[in-house]
Design a protein around this ligand. Structure first.
Ligand code: NAD
Ligand code: ZN
Length: 580
């Protein structure tokens, strides 16, 4: 039975970011009530907050604050204005995350300082902390300390230049979007927040390496460098990422021909001693035999544990070199330098490394995060056209599942993007990389469901790849069709708006995807789907789109309906317009 999201909003943020002003306004918009946490504390204590601080100190106040928060969590249809320090306690963060949506009101230190001068609007509990000399410096310092905790919010609203009324509207809008992010299974897609994608990317000029974002997971925290024509800065950036000394480059024959010399020069110029191992281009190199040859090569060069491995190439090289790095000497530092579009926006970020076995792709592998990712977007200029086109599928997928702005940008600039115009291409690729980074950070090992949204279009896509014998269709070409299948299923079960399905189809077509499928056996596709690894138990777990940036997991799609959609899709493809 579908269940809705908890009807509770917690406003967090530094003192004087406007929480107490905004809470009642947002509550009115939603037809809810507003609660001020400081008021609850005072009510329960029977004395004002300054007295609590004076008599019980900050620890006493914090205990009372958590108690008050527990009470607020028992209310429903409330907007809770919290104190600036509420995020400090792990217990408080857990209570809020489990009981509702957390929205952080953000304001610059200067804005907070200006508001502090005014008589009202701030939080009582924060006032004592801001007394003393140099209040602006103190605000900056305290705020910087707490920023990582504020950043855990589901959504951030910037209040500097907006009236409280407009901020309240943003809050209400965020809640509505958040409510739509609930899967029909009733489980919240962890991290499927109403917030927009990271906004830090556009600030870096396209010719600068960045970093454009970092990937923070439970086991690692690494920078992602991406820019146009930055290959010559590779050595410099690897140094910054903490590497030095010997470096083992693993690449393939095509990439070596184009970039081997330039990369070696960029690295030796920074004092790295490099050795290069070239594997034949193509998926066949992603095999244990190749890994074994590389182990021998590393042994012959007396590679040591602290020395780094550089994966220079597409996803094949990234997965193979990553697998070697994860296993040789129980782990060597790895740098991913992706040169194909698929590897940039997908394979290089997230730490999945693997080799294939005869029975299945990626059967033997590990989660092994790199020390850095470095992408020179201009290397796409030498990527074969079909590989490039196929790679756009993942970019379009990222936009559809997480980022309305990116989707519009792609629609507005299709031609420039496909022609690899440096400025817009770099923006698009960076954004897509950052989105992947964000999803992966929220769910490193695919445990909470967040990373599952990346499988949009992949359930039927993988089946098509398998049914056509891997190789007839490139991955992105198959997934583009898989996205059509998912959208049609979504439309039939009333999740996906028909206009969105149309919009997706039009964009995929404009990117040169949706090439005709010839001679695909429906039965082979369907049987591949019941073997697909995304299947748990008997039902297939579909990622469907309720809107742009609103992916849902649905396990209750009737099998006959799914079968019908796949059959209809493939029937339209066969030359006779009938089932092949
Ligand atoms: N680890 C992950 O999370 C993940 C995600 C997606 C895909 N993958 C894996 O990635 C692989 C596919 O990656 P791919 O599409 O990059 O394939 P690929 O590595 O085979 O590269 C495609 C082709 O383009 C060539 N090439 C790459 N960059 C080039 C450049 N700049 N100029 C000229 N030629 C260039 C390669 O030599 C190859 O011939 C698959 O094995 C897949 O399983 C892994
Ligand atoms: Zn994919």
């Amino acid at each position: 039975m579908p269940s809705g999201p908890p009807r509770r909003i917690f406003l967090t943020g530094f003192s004087f970011s406007g929480k107490s002003r905004v809470a009642p306004l947002a509550a009115t918009t939603l037809g809810w009530r507003a609660v001020d946490l400081d008021d609850l504390v005072e009510e329960a204590a029977g004395k004002p907050i300054p007295s609590i601080f004076a008599e019980e100190g900050e620890p006493g106040f914090r205990l009372r604050e958590t108690e008050a928060l527990r009470r607020a969590c028992r209310e429903t249809e409330v907007v809770v204005a919290t104190g600036g320090g509420v995020v400090l306690a792990e217990e408080n963060r857990r209570l809020m995350a489990e009981s509702g949506i957390v929205i952080c009101l953000e304001a610059r230190p200067e804005t907070i300082y200006a508001r502090l001068q005014q008589p009202d609007g701030g939080s009582e509990s924060e006032r004592p902390l801001l007394r003393g000399p140099d209040p602006l410096g103190r605000i900056r310092h305290l705020k910087a300390l707490r920023q990582p905790l504020y950043a855990l919010a589901d959504f951030t609203a910037h209040s500097d230049d907006l009236s409280p009324e407009l901020v309240a509207e943003e809050v209400a809008r965020a809640w509505r979007r958040f409510a739509e992010c609930f899967s029909y299974d009733g489980a919240r897609l962890a991290g499927a927040t109403a917030g927009a994608a990271p906004g830090l990317i556009s600030d870096v000029p396209v010719g600068e390496p960045g970093p454009i974002c970092s990937v923070k997971t439970e086991t690692a925290d690494y920078p992602v460098y991406a820019g146009w024509g930055i290959l010559d800065k590779l050595g410099e950036k690897l140094r910054e990422a903490g590497l030095s000394g010997d470096l083992y480059i693993i690449t393939d024959s095509n990439v070596h021909r184009h970039y081997g010399g330039r990369v070696a020069k960029a690295l030796s110029g920074e004092g790295f001693a490099v050795q290069t191992h070239v594997v034949p281009a193509g998926e066949a190199s992603k095999a244990l035999e190749c890994a074994s040859e590389i182990y021998d090569w590393l042994t012959a060069h007396r590679a040591e544990r602290g020395q780094g491995i550089l994966a220079l190439g597409g996803g094949v090289v990234g997965d193979l070199a990553g697998f070697v790095a994860a296993t040789y000497l129980r782990g060597m530092p790895l740098v991913q330098a992706p040169t194909s579009l698929l590897a940039m926006v997908d394979a290089s970020i997230g730490g999945k490394v693997a080799v294939n076995q005869r029975e299945a792709k990626n059967l033997v592998g590990a989660f092994y995060q790199p020390a850095a990712v470095f992408a020179d977007v201009s290397t796409l200029r030498t990527l074969p056209e079909r590989e490039l086109t196929s790679g756009w599928t993942e970019v379009i997928k990222h936009a559809l599942i997480t980022d309305a702005d990116l989707l519009t940008l792609l629609e507005d600039r299709v031609d420039a993007v496909r022609a690899l115009e440096p400025d817009v291409t770099t923006r698009v690729v960076r954004r897509s990389m950052a989105l992947k980074a964000q999803v992966v950070a929220a769910d490193e090992r695919e445990l909470t469901g967040r990373r599952t949204i990346l499988n949009y279009g992949h359930t039927a896509g993988h089946a098509l790849e398998a049914a056509t014998g891997y190789g007839a269709l490139l991955h992105g070409e198959a997934v583009a069709w898989g996205m059509l299948v998912a959208a049609e299923i979504g439309r039939r079960v009333g999740v996906t708006p028909p206009q969105l399905a149309e919009r997706q189809k039009a964009l995929l077509a404009r990117f040169g995807l949706l090439r005709p499928l010839s001679e695909v056996s429906v039965d082979a596709v369907l049987s591949a789907m019941s073997l697909d690894k995304k299947v748990s138990g008997k039902s297939i777990r579909w990622v469907l789109l309720a809107g742009v940036g609103k992916p849902l997991l649905r396990s209750d799609v009737p099998l006959p309906l799914a079968r019908d959609v796949v059959e209809a899709m493939l029937a339209r493809q066969s030359p006779a317009g009938e089932r092949a």
